[in-house]
Design a protein around this ligand. Structure first.
Ligand SMILES: Nc1nc2c(c(=O)[nH]1)N[C@H]1C(S)=C(S)[C@@H](COP(=O)(O)O)O[C@H]1N2
Ligand SMILES: [Mo]
Length: 400
């Protein structure tokens, strides 16, 4: 329980406009909580139940917050979807599908799915989060998909180690990176969507090729038949419908590594709005986050009733160490209860019950700290790509 004293020593309704995202808007759609954030809901996509429609082609589908509430694993039919190009696989024949492994290897391979499945199996819970998740909240606004907080999901992934596949092909001496790409195709003159990992990262035994998601085949829109899982890293590297692995003896100079998905080489990827010509690095590890999932941006309660709040937290590149709540804008913090640990790269449930509060308006903050002692900042950072947003979230609480 948060103590009453801390609860009372609080600020009133903030005007910061920070809001939980993906809540019913009353007109059958949702309001993502930023200007221009109204979206329709859709059931028009194969393998997907109700999703927030961000874009029809290439599909961008966001998970409503209500679909994340109360469970660590995001159902496959509510898992967000993001493709860059509209020419995406609409059917894949598992019998003829081949995973090609080439480049700086001793034995180039074209591996049938049946052969891939013979390798030792690994299983891992891991959060898949778009680099631009929550971009719609950036102030000043930045171009790119205007996501609320729902370009994120956690699944139990089953697959094989990328390392084992590379060992089958035999990595040649002098290998530097491993580049991956999938079955989607760019329009004429646009660069193939391909991402590269350093060779040691690719061979760390954690990076995996998944063929199952929450014990079911991957939905087509999430990368059937196989996709890359890069635990702790943003999902731009989690290449879907993976059909090509190339070992490179020099760093990848392709558009999607050299020009896109780059962040300022500063703490928190933070630069002053309008800054230009700062050094950048490819986006990489995720950072801690915690969300409210059972209450909208404004929770109403009566003075005599305790308020129960819960949500999800992620540590980013390391485990969730703690989740704390504050009712005094971060001056003091109170530990939330944590749910079962399903693995350091996955979501962790958190919950707390606020004591009955005096009538009035409050702001309740939640913050995750990871095992590397990295905590969410109170203030949002800014960069022109709209990447890596992770300030502590807050909701208004009205007690009548
Ligand atoms: N083949 C392919 N893989 C891809 C992409 C893509 O456009 N093509 N987009 C990446 C990005 S930016 C994101 S956010 C994730 C989204 O994964 P999901 O659709 O399963 O949620 O896929 C990644 N893998
Ligand atoms: Mo993304």
């Amino acid at each position: 329980m948060l103590d009453r004293r801390a609860a009372l020593a609080t600020i009133g309704f903030g005007t910061a406009g920070i809001a939980a995202t993906g809540w019913a808007a009353g007109d059958g759609g949702v309001d993502l909580g930023f200007a221009g954030g109204r979206r329709a809901l859709t059931r028009a996509f194969p393998g997907k139940a109700e999703m927030i429609l961000q874009r029809m082609r290439a599909p961008l589908l966001e998970t409503p917050m209500t679909a994340l509430d109360g469970q660590v694993f995001t159902p496959n039919d509510r898992f967000f979807v993001r493709w860059h190009y509209s020419d995406i696989p609409t059917a894949v024949d598992p019998a003829t599908f081949r995973l090609r492994v080439g480049g700086a290897v001793k034995r180039p391979l074209a591996i049938p799915l049946g052969e891939l499945l013979k390798l030792p199996r690994v299983e891992m819970a891991a959060v898949n989060q778009c680099s631009g998740n929550s971009r719609g909240f950036f102030t000043p606004r930045v171009p790119g998909a205007q996501w609320g907080n729902g370009a994120i999901g956690n699944a139990k992934w089953t697959g094989v180690r990328l390392k084992d596949v590379l060992d089958l092909a035999g990595v040649a001496p002098g290998a530097r990176q491993v580049r991956v790409s999938g079955l989607d195709r760019p329009p004429p003159d646009a660069p193939w969507f391909a991402k590269a990992l350093e060779i040691d990262h690719a061979r760390d035994g954690e990076v995996m090729i998944a063929f199952a998601m929450n014990d079911a085949p991957l939905p087509l829109l999430n990368g059937f038949p196989i996709r890359l899982i890069v635990p702790g890293w943003f999902s731009t590297y989690w290449v879907k419908a993976l059909d090509r692995i190339e070992v490179l003896s020099a760093p990848d100079t392709g558009f999607w590594m050299e020009k896109a998905y780059r962040i300022p080489a500063t703490p928190g990827a933070n630069v002053a709005p309008g800054a230009k010509d700062f050094p950048t690095v490819p986006i990489n590890r995720m950072v801690p986050r915690a969300f409210f999932t059972n209450v909208a941006d404004t929770a109403a309660t009566t003075a005599s009733k305790p308020l129960y709040v819960r949500g999800l937290a992620m540590g980013g590149a390391s485990a969730v160490a703690r989740v704390d709540l504050s009712m005094d804008a971060g001056a003091s913090w109170h530990a939330a209860r944590l749910g079962r640990d399903e693995g350091r790269y996955g979501f962790r449930l958190w919950e707390a019950t606020l004591p009955p509060l005096a009538r009035g308006g409050y702001r309740l903050w939640v913050r995750c700290t990871n095992a590397d002692r990295e905590a969410q900042p109170m203030q949002p950072t800014w960069n022109p790509g709209g990447f890596m947003r992770n300030p502590a979230e807050s909701i208004a609480v009205r007690v009548a």
